[in-house]
Design a protein around this ligand. Structure first.
Ligand SMILES: [Zn+2]
Length: 497
């Protein structure tokens, strides 16, 4: 019976963002499961729609013995600190050393984590594990669709496989696919042929959704190619805000005919002009949404993409709230315009203390540094009515990360001028309607909903929306990678808007 050590390291690093991912961010568990080590890892993570849970399920079906090491994840932000990376890497290396005889290692990785001292931090982690186990032991990892896959990662691992959906509704499925690759690797007895090609440009997040073209068709074609070639292929569209020399989309395939599969996929993905970014200034998006809402049966959803906490924003900017107030959105549709999740722990605590029905004078939100060099919009000053309060503990019910319980601390629904704001004390991308429901906001009853998210919201919100608009308000995540002040991107990467 195969003995497989399992571990996880999840961080998406926007090197231009304001906050670091320190050890506290990994142990807090606001947005991801908190750091967990040993047997508790399987107890806490099995059954959730995340990769390691899919791998655990697959491994149980194969009768493999699992040796849980540790799982560490923090909400996207700027660099992983040296301290945090060293603690995580040391825990895994220690556990591998103590594991006795092993038949394989499975890693649940993001693939776009940049640590202060190791820019290709997943490559570094894989290399450290490889140094302990030697060249013959299978190491297989699953990756996020936003991984910036490096040559070192491809070299040190036996096989890598990435999500095929954005919103990522196939996380557990991808963990199971990594299990299938592990089974192939164990059966073949050596690393299968692999072929990889990097795209020479960056793809904006808002152009990457597999709910829209060209990505929708491209991933259907990937599955056809794999069936024809007997390969297992991946296309990581990349995370276009990690300032290091291998930040770019990558296609690769494993299998005897890997080269022709990867070449065909590359030819399809590398047509630069098919990747179009469709977004507008915050003020214009609100004007359009208010006009559309007059005659739409379902709410209009506006994505506040440049403050997406799933891409390094702190979920606390106010550009969209100012635009809603300036255009009288809440007077037009009283109580039927909502915005979330706004990260403001002081306001969350104040609301909880004051209680439902109270009116609070607040300066809501934060002006944060942005990639333009200018700060984002100022806090919204005014009197806010407390409509609901909650402890911020919420189990997700939508298609993404289904079953995950998040702990966002003191939370509230605050109303100003007819607009409802979902305020939280922990950072989480608004990708599940339950996160609004916990403070009494029902998406289906709204006319306009602003979500701090780029694409993940689509999985649970788009089926209940008449239309989705993408807005650019001042914030830390550039909708267009061409707007960022890159310093390490090589000249071979096309930087035109
Ligand atoms: Zn992702």
């Amino acid at each position: 019976m195969a003995r497989i050590l399992i571990a996880g390291y999840q961080h998406e690093t926007n090197t231009f963002a304001p906050s670091l991912a320190d050890w506290a961010a990994f142990t807090r568990g606001d947005s991801f499961p908190a750091f967990v080590r040993g047997a508790a890892m399987v107890e806490q993570l099995a059954g959730i729609n995340i990769p390691v849970a899919g791998f655990i399920d697959y491994a149980r079906g194969q009768g493999w013995t699992l040796l849980p090491s540790c799982w560490a994840g923090a909400i996207p932000s700027s660099y992983v600190t040296t301290d945090a990376f060293e603690r995580i890497a040391a825990a895994m290396v220690d556990d591998v050393r103590k594991a006795g005889s092993l038949d394989g290692i499975y890693l649940d990785l993001h693939g776009a984590a940049v640590a202060e001292q190791a820019l290709d931090s997943e490559g570094e982690l894989l290399a450290r594990l490889r140094a302990v186990v030697g060249p013959g032991l299978p190491i297989v990892a699953s990756l996020d669709l936003h991984a910036n896959v490096t040559q070192r990662m491809l070299r040190e691992a036996d096989a890598l496989v990435a999500y095929r959906t954005y919103p990522h509704v196939d996380m557990a499925r991808t963990g199971a696919r990594a299990g299938e690759l592990m089974a192939r690797r164990l059966k073949v007895g050596r690393k299968e042929p692999m072929h990889a090609r990097r795209l020479p440009f960056l793809i904006p997040l808002n152009a990457q959704s597999t709910w829209t073209e060209p990505a929708r068709s491209l991933f259907e074609e990937l599955e056809v190619l794999d069936r024809e070639h007997g390969s297992v292929s991946s296309f990581c569209m990349g995370f276009p805000a990690s300032d290091f020399d291998e930040c770019a989309p990558m296609v690769w395939s494993h299998g005897a005919r890997a080269e022709s599969a990867a070449d065909a996929l590359f030819a399809r993905a590398a047509q630069r002009t098919q990747w179009q970014l469709d977004c507008q200034p915050a003020r214009d998006a609100v004007t359009q949404a208010l006009a559309l809402a007059e005659r739409s049966p379902k709410p209009i959803v506006i994505a506040d993409t440049q403050d997406n906490p799933g891409a390094g924003g702190d979920s606390n900017t106010t550009g969209l709230l100012h635009a809603l107030l300036a255009q009288g959105a809440g007077r037009k549709f009283p109580g039927r315009v909502a915005l979330g999740l706004l990260f403001d722990p002081a306001a969350g605590r104040a609301a909880l203390e004051a209680g439902v029905g109270a009116e609070l004078p607040l300066a809501l939100g934060t002006a944060v540094p942005t990639f333009t060099g200018e700060p984002s919009d100022p806090p919204v000053q005014g009197r806010f009515k407390v409509l609901a309060v909650a402890d911020g503990v919420c189990t997700l019910k939508g298609p993404m990360m289904t079953g995950l319980t998040v702990r966002l601390g003191p939370s509230a629904c605050l109303e100003i001028d007819g607009i409802r704001v979902a305020v939280v004390s922990g950072k989480k991308q608004l990708l599940d309607r339950e996160l609004l429901r916990m403070v009494g906001i029902h998406t289906e009853q709204m006319r306009v909903v602003v979500v701090k998210s780029s694409n993940h919201f689509r999985a649970d919100f788009q089926p209940h929306a008449s239309q989705v608009l993408i807005a650019k308000a001042a914030g830390p995540m550039a909708a267009d990678p061409a707007d960022l002040p890159w310093t390490r991107l090589p000249a071979s990467i096309d930087r035109r808007p």
